[in-house]
Design a protein around this ligand. Structure first.
Ligand code: NOJ
Ligand code: CA
Length: 571
């Protein structure tokens, strides 16, 4: 039972700049935490963030021009998805030169300018390293396909077919076979993604050396780390054993497969260790695109000796259906108990936006605030996706001929592709949401009229205002930065309640995950608060909090955060 009383408190919004350490290795607190453990990361999809030269496609100068916005929001590090030269078959994830900038996005000088602008504001810049494959237009692959004896032949995976058939039954995750016959040398090459993205052969030491050198190139240019793309797919069974076929069909109408021979091979971890030791030479941080089905798999990506990725992303919450307090509680509890530093993500450029996933048509903004409070108050680091902070929604193509993402063309209508979650950032309510003066490469959704930065900055109750307040608290409150996670009311099916506790500091977080009002009750005495006083830090309530006696009335999909202290009566 709840025994306390509540004091309201105003939250001052100010610039909460945690001082950055001189070097990245230097701990930033008494707990020995590194800068990235206290940082808020923000993913920018460069095609869609800000278009400085009005060609309909975002660019590096566009990103640089928004640094004040990011600083004010509370962002400490920006991960930019690939901005390297690319034929753009997979919108940058097909890299044709790892050590340059695509002219579509600007020049190397623009990149240096972006890093400098970020640095002035204590924001770090991370790039995306596409480790598994290059573009088929990369000079390595061009040479590789030129003859069986070419210097780079063994930089990719070439095999003879079986008669007129590919070497085995492996499938590309983007549709069709994972093998493409090259007429010149009459061998097949392997591609887990599009045929224009041939897999690099990481068993070849020359590939390994070249790729590690790429990371050095960028570290020396001031990059603070990388998000590593598609790490699960780095190695394949050298015997090319067929994958077991499972019942049912996938979105492309092909048989489901257990990809045991071309995904998550143990050798992946050797490469993670090598990438890590190179990153360590520069005090840099590695984020992993780590798709795992359980916490134990996720644990493996930190490395047995903590010598792999500092930040393997926990992408599991992105697959949760609906809003079940119980599901989140179990997952968070398991991640927390695993003992590593969690990295929470609720969406990205490959996943339907969280706003769209959970919107019920009635409480949409409330749900966006509740999801924000969920992942931004947990122990660990968060990686936000641009536009989440303003409640951007998906804008999926309405017909096949509108689709840009090739998987949407191939898999239509079951697979609509990823255009919907990659639409231009909504800066204001003018034409094209202020992203560009010309028609952008993808259409903005109609909701940009209400959900945009300028309008939301003026509205104290907007999703953006809520994010700013939350991020300010996250940077300032020791309990949110350092505290452990204590679950309360573990059998409540509707309300997720927990305390973040650090020494004498404790913060209570109450999230009503249901669409109806709930009366939340909690007993804080086991935490040593026999007569607690709650000072409100932040709520998303629409009405003033009144009538609280034994229980806390929680509006549908609402957030309540308060600092807990012991009243003198209870001492
Ligand atoms: C994962 C990236 O996030 C996705 O956008 C891309 O298509 C694949 N990897 C292939 O690089
Ligand atoms: Ca542009």
């Amino acid at each position: 039972m709840f025994k306390g009383w509540i004091a309201t408190g105003a939250l001052a919004l100010c610039c909460m700049t945690a001082p950055l350490a001189e070097t990245q290795q230097k701990p930033v607190d008494a707990e020995g935490h590194q800068w990235w453990q206290h940082a808020v990361f923000y993913e920018v999809y460069p095609r869609s963030f800000a278009d400085s030269n009005n060609d309909g496609i975002g660019d590096l100068n566009g990103i640089a021009s928004k640094m004040d916005y990011l600083k004010d929001l509370g962002v400490d590090a920006v991960w930019i998805t690939p901005c390297f030269p690319s034929p753009q078959v997979d919108f940058g994830y097909d890299v044709s030169n790892y050590e340059a900038i695509d002219p579509m996005y600007g020049t190397m000088k623009d990149f240096d300018h972006l890093v400098a602008e970020a640095k002035k504001r204590n924001i770090r810049v991370l790039l995306d390293f596409v480790v598994n494959h290059s573009s088929d237009q990369h000079k390595w692959f061009q040479d590789s396909k030129s003859s069986k004896t070419a210097e780079h032949r063994d930089w990719y995976i070439w095999r003879d077919g079986k008669g007129n058939e590919p070497p085995n039954n492996w499938l590309s995750t983007f549709g069709l076979s994972a093998w493409k016959l090259d007429p010149k040398t009459k061998q097949y090459y392997y591609h887990y993604f599009y045929p224009e993205q041939p897999d690099l052969n990481w068993r070849n030491p020359a590939v390994e050396k070249a790729m590690l050198d790429v990371t050095r190139f960028w570290y020396e240019r001031g990059v603070a780390g990388f998000r590593l793309d598609a790490v699960d797919t780095l190695f394949e069974d050298p015997k090319l054993t067929d994958n077991p076929v499972l019942p049912g069909k996938d979105k492309f109408g092909r048989p489901n497969m257990d990809e045991k021979y071309n995904k998550k091979l143990p050798e992946v971890h050797d490469v993670m260790r090598k990438l890590r030791s190179t990153a360590d030479e520069y005090g840099s941080v590695l984020i992993g695109e780590t798709w795992t089905s359980n916490v134990s798999e996720l644990k493996d990506y930190y490395g047995e000796k903590n010598d792999e990725l500092q930040m393997p992303m926990d992408l599991m919450m992105t697959g949760f259906k609906g809003l079940s307090a119980d599901q989140y509680r179990k997952h968070i509890g398991a991640v927390d108990a695993a003992g590593h530093w969690p990295v929470y993500v609720i969406t990205n450029h490959d996943i339907v936006r969280s706003y769209t996933r959970y919107a019920d048509g009635v409480h949409n903004d409330d749900i966006a605030k509740m999801m924000a409070a969920l992942y931004l108050t947990l122990r660990g680091t968060v990686v936000m996706y641009y536009g989440e902070e303003i409640g951007m929604e998906n804008n999926d193509p309405k017909s096949k001929d509108e689709v840009q993402d090739p998987i949407g063309k191939l898999g239509w209508p079951l697979e609509k592709g990823r255009d919907g979650e990659r639409t231009p950032m909504q800066w204001n309510d003018s034409a094209n949401a202020g992203f560009s003066k010309v028609k952008p490469w993808l259409p903005v959704p109609a909701t940009f009229k209400t959900h945009n930065v300028v309008s939301e900055q003026k509205d104290g109750n907007s999703v953006l205002s809520f994010y700013r307040q939350l991020l300010a608290l996250r940077h300032k409150e020791p309990a949110l930065l350092e505290g452990n996670y204590v679950a309360l009311n573990e059998s409540d099916p509707d309300v997720l309640t927990y305390v973040r506790r650090y020494k004498d500091e404790a913060i209570l977080v109450v999230l009503n995950m249901s669409a109806t009002e709930q009366k939340a009750q909690f007993d804080l005495s086991p935490l040593g608060f026999s007569s607690p006083r709650l000072s409100i830090l932040l709520t998303s309530f629409h009405k003033p909090l009144t009538g609280m006696t034994d229980a806390l009335p929680m509006e549908p999909h609402s957030v309540f955060m308060a600092k807990i202290s012991q009243t003198s009566a209870g001492k």
